[in-house]
Design a protein around this ligand. Structure first.
Ligand code: HEM
Ligand code: HEM
Ligand code: FE2
Length: 460
């Protein structure tokens, strides 16, 4: 570790992984409820499990981003964190409000939660991904402001690098877009319009800056390639991300009552959205090709390459699949959407956080890299999780194509639930792939604890 204050990242990464396990546990519950309809009913209804699954995902990714920033920013700024104490306090505030919210989802019916948290006075609840009680949302904003202050002061008073500035811009954007979750107009069209400013402009806008910056940082460290080369790539990637992604929001405005011209704007601009993801793939492989040293941390390199490939597949290819209005007309809200959502979130944001953890965690624990045997375990975990996610995506895509066909395109379109019964087979397969994913995740956790006293092969 170059700076002692980087060590706060360890807290954040540990919490991230713990919540990740929770997320996948609820994913498995959901997947089983898809095929055994009354599984855990009435204790854990599907809607509650779904909130827990998706909210845990977002929260642990945020822990991952914050931990990454606390690790990256001091090193890039060449100074200690402005206030390590504030970082620790905010960690506990965020963890407590996150856990309390999840307990709330599970302990009482959602309507009761809305009532006891005073949603009537300032209604923000009841929208997918933004289900959190208003007080939780306020808590998140407070944590975000404190975090940005801490990171901002460090960046502004230290060495300014492109990685730092892009990362900070992405994080500020993340907080700014979150503010739209407080605007909840009665008019459903307007509601959806701004809801997407949070959801879409996060994952296809400002989060891409965070993704690009973290990838650039890790590649600089692993390959020793000159910063100047890496920075040029980063500029082009984030410019393309914003140029395509902002107007690309229109791919969500097709059928919700917005003006019809959005079908053109949304189709054209979002069709270009794969470009920044493709550039990221080229970028990573190009830099690795130019590498000046062999870093002893092999899994970190594997995760970095994995991110570059899987983000392009999940967001770029599976996004493009259903983004043109004439296609989306049929596929909207089907399992095709879920297939894409899973692979995109995993490939881009889960994997970049795991890349960072893979690189940083050994350093935070006092070594450049883990022992060779521990690295082998981690690489097995990488492959099992990644291949399992590919299968989850393929099974959901298959079920989605059938669903779209039977329900919306065939000569005698059949009702939703009738079609659901016919595609059960794929839901079973998805659940099996989910179990494999969980095995990979358990192995990943195991890799932190095994072979701690074994030697590390010296770098070439
Ligand atoms: C890492 C980046 C991305 C992530 C994490 C992501 C994630 C998601 C998720 C979770 C949904 C479902 C939202 C809902 O609940 O309705 C969704 C929908 C959608 N995404 Fe993405 N996405 C990404 C990038 C892209 C890209 C690059 C494209 C286009 C090329 C795209 C096209 C779409 C479309 C068209 C929908 C709407 C599907 C429908 O009508 O049901 N996405 N995305
Ligand atoms: C890191 C891995 C995972 C990520 C990133 C992830 C992400 C997501 C996202 C973004 C959604 C909302 C989808 C949408 O609105 O279209 C979702 C829903 C869901 N996920 Fe996952 N998930 C993961 C793992 C799993 C696993 C292992 C399973 C189970 C086998 C699973 C089962 C489900 C189910 C059943 C839903 C509900 C879909 C629906 O409402 O119809 N997920 N997940
Ligand atoms: Fe989008």
């Amino acid at each position: 570790m170059q700076f002692a204050s980087q060590s706060v990242a360890k807290l954040y990464f540990t919490a991230a992984i713990a919540l990740f396990i929770g997320q996948i546990t609820f994913g498995l519950i959901l997947g089983l409820q898809y095929v055994v309809g009354d599984f855990l009913f009435p204790e854990i209804p599907f809607n509650a499990a779904r909130m827990v699954h998706s909210n845990l995902l977002i929260v642990w990714l945020l822990f991952g981003f914050m931990g990454s920033a606390y690790f990256v920013v001091p090193e890039e700024s060449q100074r200690e964190l402005y206030s390590p104490k504030l970082a620790v306090i905010l960690f506990w505030v965020f963890l407590a409000s996150g856990v309390l919210t999840i307990v709330g989802y599970l302990a009482v019916p959602y309507a009761t939660l809305a009532k006891i948290t005073g949603n009537a006075y300032f209604p923000t609840m009841g929208r997918e991904f933004l289900e959190q009680p208003t007080i939780t949302k306020i808590g998140i904003v407070v944590v975000a402001l404190g975090f940005l202050f801490n990171i901002g002061m460090t960046v502004l008073s230290g060495r300014k690098t492109v990685v730092n500035i892009v990362l900070l811009t992405g994080l500020v954007g993340l907080a700014l877009m979150l503010l739209f979750s407080f605007y909840n107009p009665d008019n459903l069209v307007k509601d959806k319009y701004y809801w997407w400013w949070v959801v879409h402009l996060w994952v296809e806008g400002v989060w891409e800056l965070i993704l690009g910056a973290i990838l650039a940082f890790v590649l600089i460290k692993l390959t020793g390639v000159d910063r100047e080369v890496i920075e040029k790539w980063l500029y082009v990637i984030i410019a393309m991300a914003l140029v395509t992604g902002i107007i690309g929001t229109g791919h969500h405005y097709y059928w919700m009552g917005a003006p019809g011209y959005w079908r053109w704007w949304g189709s054209i601009f979002s069709a270009l959205e794969p470009i920044p993801f493709f550039l990221m793939t080229l970028f990573a492989f190009n830099i690795i090709h130019k590498k000046k040293r062999d870093h002893p941390n092999k899994p970190a390199m594997l995760w970095a390459m994995g991110t570059a490939v899987m983000a392009f597949l999940g967001a770029g290819v599976w996004g493009f699949l259903h983004t043109l209005a004439p296609v989306n007309y049929y596929t909207h809200g089907t399992q095709i959407t879920a297939a894409h959502g899973h692979m995109a979130f995993f490939g881009a944001y889960v994997m970049i956080v795991l890349t960072m953890i893979s690189y940083a965690m050994p350093i935070l624990r006092g070594r450049t890299a883990n022992s060779d045997k521990a690295q082998v375990v981690e690489m097995w975990a990488f492959w099992i999780m990644t291949v399992a996610m590919v299968f989850i995506t393929l099974f959901l895509t298959a079920s989605g194509v059938l669903q779209t066909w039977l329900q919306r395109m065939a000569e005698n379109p059949q009702p939703f639930m009738v079609v659901q019964d016919k595609i059960q087979f794929f839901y079973w397969l998805r659940e099996a792939a989910g179990v494999a994913f969980m095995i990979g995740l358990v192995l990943y956790v195991v890799s932190f604890f095994v072979f701690r006293d074994e030697p590390i092969e010296p770098a070439v």
